[in-house]
Ligand binder design. Structure first.
Ligand code: ADP
Ligand code: ADP
Length: 224
C-alpha cells in the first residue's frame, strides 16, 4: 500500500521555527486537508512532503523508502497558477511532458481528456491572459495531473478565486478525485471546503507551526 509518512519533521528558516516537529501520514487514495492560519507552516509541510524542501530535522518516507530527492510521482498546484504567459493553455500543460520526457502522443491525449473533465474544452489554444482566473487555475490543475501522478498537492488552489468559481472548483475537484482516487493534500483556509472534500482534516496552529487536531470525516460517498 502506497503511503507517505513524515516523521518528526521540523523546519527552521534561520532563527524562525516555521514548523514542528510534526508527524503526518497520508494513506493511498486519501484526501487530506490542512487547515490553519497564515504562517503556521502549511506550505512548508507540503513542500517537505513533496521532497522539495529539506526538513531541518526528521524525514519523509514513501512506501517505507526514505525520500531523498523531490518526489516524481506528484503534481503540485499553487495559489498563483504560475502559467507561462507566452504559451497557450495546452502548451502550458504539455510542459510536463517536455520536462519529464514523456511520450508526446499519450500526453496530448491525456491533456485533452483533462481539458474536457475540467470544463476547459475550447480553451486549448488560448493564452493565460485570455482566460478567467478560474480557468487559469483549471489549466494549472491539468498541468499537475497530465503525467497521472499518484499524489496531488494543492496549496490554496482556490485562494484567489471569487466565491462562485470557488464553489464550482470545489465540486469539480471532488468529481475528479472520485474518478481518480489519488492521494491528495489540500491546503485551505476554508473550513467548508475542508469538511466538504476530505477524509481527514489536519488542523494546524501558529508559533511554532504545529498540529493541534486531526479530524476524520465520514462522508457519504461511494467507495470503489
Ligand atoms: P503557511 O503556508 O501556513 O502560510 P508557511 O509554511 O508559508 O506557512 O510559513 C511558515 C512560517 O515560515 C512563516 O512565519 C513564514 O513567514 C516563514 N517562512 C516561510 N518560508 C520562508 C522562507 N523561505 N524564508 C524564511 N521564512 C519563511
Ligand atoms: P502562503 O501563506 O500561501 O504559504 P506566503 O505568502 O506565506 O504564502 O509565502 C509565499 C512564498 O514565500 C512561499 O514560497 C514561502 O516559502 C515564501 N516565504 C514566506 N515567508 C517568507 C519569509 N519570511 N522570507 C522568505 N520567504 C518567505
Amino acid at each position: 500500500c502506497r503511503s507517505i509518512v513524515a516523521s518528526n519533521v521540523a523546519k527552521n528558516y534561520g532563527d524562525i521555527l516555521a514548523l514542528g516537529p510534526v508527524n503526518v501520514k497520508i494513506d493511498e487514495g486519501e484526501f487530506v486537508s490542512v487547515l490553519g492560519p497564515s504562517g503556521c507552516g502549511k506550505s512548508t509541510l507540503m513542500l517537505i512532503i513533496a521532497g522539495l524542501l529539506e526538513p531541518t530535522v526528521g524525514f519523509v518516507e514513501v512506501n517505507g523508502k526514505l525520500l531523498e530527492s523531490p518526489m516524481t510521482d506528484v503534481g503540485v498546484v499553487f495559489q498563483d497558477h504560475l502559467l507561462l504567459e507566452f504559451r497557450t493553455a495546452i502548451q502550458n500543460v504539455l510542459l510536463q511532458q517536455e520536462v519529464r520526457g514523456l511520450d508526446r502522443k499519450v500526453s496530448v491525449q491525456r491533456a485533452k481528456e483533462l481539458f474536457k473533465t475540467l470544463g476547459l474544452t475550447g480553451a486549448e489554444e488560448r493564452y493565460p491572459r485570455q482566460l478567467s482566473g478560474g480557468m487559469q487555475q483549471r489549466v494549472s490543475i491539468a498541468r499537475a495531473l497530465v503525467h497521472d501522478p499518484a499524489v496531488l498537492l494543492m496549496d490554496e488552489p482556490f485562494g484567489a478565486l471569487d466565491i462562485i468559481s470557488r464553489t464550482q472548483m470545489r465540486h469539480d475537484l471532488e468529481r475528479l478525485w472520485m474518478e481518480s482516487r489519488k492521494s491528495v493534500v489540500f491546503i485551505t483556509h476554508s473550513i467548508e471546503e475542508a469538511i466538504g472534500l476530505s477524509d481527514r482534516i489536519i488542523v494546524m496552529s501558529n508559533s511554532p507551526g504545529r498540529i493541534v487536531e486531526e479530524i476524520r470525516i465520514d462522508l457519504p460517498r461511494p467507495r470503489p
